[in-house]
Design a protein around this ligand. Structure first.
Ligand SMILES: [Zn+2]
Length: 431
């Protein structure tokens, strides 16, 4: 795993704009500082993020929405949303903020840069913890998300990778991304989330599997109550492996929202770092181009612990359990350790319930994804061997895609901002 090339997307502006997001004020600095303090940037290529262009933003968003965002330069603290703002979702949990268009283009730019680094073979895995805003829709903001950087990044990846599997680990259903690809066979969306009456956004039940041409290419794994690592891993292992074998993606996009961690103020799940990191290990084992994004996570130090741990998992480093001293060290004052304790609450997701969901997912894959019918007559062993052979062939295909050299027009090497403790090379590139 260690020889994989890992890109970490960074730019001081990206951190600062992300820090200004009303729902996660100041979080990006805490996350980046912990990752830098652990020395993890020495194991990655740091790639300078570049803001997304209007054309790139339009890969998903309507120009009406984008043009409306441009009207906000300075927003007073006591600004009251107008009826037009409300039409674009700019109210309640997504209040208008100053310099909104530039903020959105900078945030989306992080994921666009990450996608390009995969496209241009600069990296095998690209990480943007300032991205992952999965609720935003074409015509507006929703659920703390002003821009759907994920869909824009997927659209860029599709220039080279025809089939993309999107995996959403956030405690909330990834509705914005799912809706964008509801009719698509090229992008398979898989979301694990809490699904209970009154829990936002209220969509994503097991029967929600896509529409028309895209039927069968959406999968939702709904959990009840405070789901634990065991539940999550059991569900993930089954669903991910089945979908991977049937769909055979060319690239993976993973939203690693941290709000399913125990004690998240907006979460209500009970995962620990192990739950997430074991999933990431399984994803990394596939060794295909992978984009890792952030998302929710409203206990900021816990989100930083998670994303530092995921970064470490990807680069193959074991982190010391003691949080290293750095400028945000006092924020970890409960015990100054990396660990996140599990909850003592009972997990109400029974094995019977999980198996029922898994059966339903398997049925849908058989019914709607081609491979099923022709393999139906095979014995389980023969079927497994066939899948292994197909996976091997797929790996060779991916390898050859990686070998294809794309020219970097601008690959000047710069020194990073002084905020990164150990000076590293930063790659800038244009397409
Ligand atoms: Zn969330």
């Amino acid at each position: 795993m260690n020889e994989i090339k890992v890109a970490y997307i960074w730019e001081q502006n990206l951190i600062e704009y992300c820090d200004r997001l009303p729902a996660v004020l100041g979080r990006a600095s805490i996350v980046h500082s912990l990752i830098a303090a652990y020395g993890l940037l020495n194991h990655t290529k740091v790639i300078r993020s570049k803001s997304a262009s209007y054309t790139e933003l339009k890969l998903f968003h309507s120009d009406l929405y984008l043009d409306h965002l441009k009207t906000f330069t300075h927003v007073e603290d006591d600004y009251i949303s107008t009826a037009e703002d409300e039409q674009f979702g700019l109210c309640y949990d997504c209040p208008p903020v100053s310099d909104m268009y530039n903020m959105v283009s900078c945030l989306a730019g992080g994921s666009v840069t990450a996608a390009k680094s995969l496209l241009m073979n600069v990296a095998d895995v690209a990480i943007n913890w300032c991205g992952g805003w999965h609720h935003a829709h074409r015509f507006g903001a929703e659920g703390f998300c002003y821009v759907n950087d994920i869909v824009i990044a997927i659209e860029i990846l599709r220039k080279k990778f025809p089939k993309i599997l999107y995996i959403d680990l956030d405690v909330h259903h990834g509705n914005g991304v799912q809706d964008a690809y509801n009719l698509s066979k090229s992008v398979f969306t898989l979301s694990f989330h809490k699904y209970e009456p009154g829990f936002y956004p209220g969509s994503g039940n097991i029967e929600d599997i896509g529409t028309l041409n895209g039927k069968g290419y959406t999968c939702n794994f709904p959990f009840q109550g405070l789901y634990t690592d065991d539940t999550f891993l059991y569900a993930f292992d089954s669903a991910f492996n089945m979908i991977y074998a049937y769909f055979m993606p060319d690239a993976l996009v993973v939203q690693c929202g941290a709000d399913a961690l125990a004690r998240d103020p907006h979460g209500g799940a009970g995962l620990t770092l192990d739950g997430y990191c074991l999933c990431i290990q399984k994803i990394m084992k596939k060794r295909i181009p992978t984009l890792l994004l952030g998302g929710g996570g409203y206990n900021h130090t816990n989100a930083s612990k998670l994303w530092a741990s995921v970064t470490a998992t990807v680069v193959g480093v074991t982190l010391d359990d003691n949080i290293p001293e750095h400028s945000f060290w006092p924020k970890y004052r409960s015990d100054y350790t990396l660990k996140i304790q599990p909850l003592l609450t009972k997990d109400v997701n029974t094995k019977q319930y999980l198996d029922k969901c898994i059966d339903s997912i398997r049925e849908n894959l058989r019914k709607y994804l081609k491979q099923d019918d022709k393999d139906e007559h095979l014995e389980p062993d023969a079927k497994r061997r066939k899948i292994e052979i197909e996976e091997k062939a797929h790996e060779i295909k991916i390898h050859s895609i990686f070998k294809k050299k794309l020219v970097l027009k601008n690959d000047e090497i710069h020194k990073t901002d002084e905020k990164i403790k150990n000076p590293l090379d930063v790659y800038d590139f244009d397409d």
